[in-house]
Design a protein around this ligand. Sequence first.
Ligand SMILES: [Ca+2]
Length: 298
Amino acid sequence: MDEMLAMTSNGAVRPGCRSEAAVYRGVGGAMSRLGAAALRLLDENGQRVGCAILTLLFTLPASAEPGFARLYKQQYGYTPSCNACHKDGGGTPVNAYGQQFKDAGMTLAAFAALAALDADGDGVANEAESLAKANPADAKSTPDIKGDWLDTASLIPREVQAAFPGVRAYLPRDAVLSPADIERAAAMGATLTREDENTIYVPLENQRPVGTALIFPVAHGDKTFFLLMTTDRQLRITGLAPLNTQHVPAASRTGLYADYRGLALDGLPAAQGEGLPADIARAVKNAGTLVYVRLKGG
Ligand SMILES: [Ca+2]
């Protein structure tokens, strides 16, 4: 039995709107009733309508939205792309708007505090952009020319898409931590906090999960870089790729990550000592445990 299959029963599907085949692959699990309706309309009206309907499906279950996206939706009535706050998808460095949101306390009240600011410097205030469904963090997206930032395909970071060539449908899972999750992680030897909350991308093929992907920060002294961790469907690491290493050039050495390949997320070694390898081990242990406790249930 595939234990991870359960994930499709209570989450949403984010299909890439690239082909009719991709759309069909994006319908599954608990969505089958709604999905069938969408497909009927797809048959009658063609691919574009099918995409719109599947976009609607994807916004239905609140469980699939990361915590801050949920706040944004509460404030402005729709789910933004992770790129409202992040430079290149969930887990990557925050952009200017994300930084303003962070500085204002990352609560619902923060939106009022940054409403009149102009994070991307395009001459339109943050709130005016948000209300118009333009991206307040991207000067190329304005109320007049919003761009494709809300298209489902643009919601998955390009590094994640590159790690799973051929996959067109993703199930995003928010890793919002409950006290029970934090307790389970501690029992597994990982120290998780709210700071570790993130988005887990689950690539789907034929409506079935084929693995996971997570982008997470690694702290090295006062510098930070990022890692993309991918696993197979049994939650064994298939790759660790360094991203945004400009502040820690040594982290781009791929030899640092070779020994992690094949390790199970619930059996990751504890970090020993100090230095870059230990900082990586600590971050991977936390990230792997985060994915494990969120996807394996309690
Ligand atoms: Ca602006």
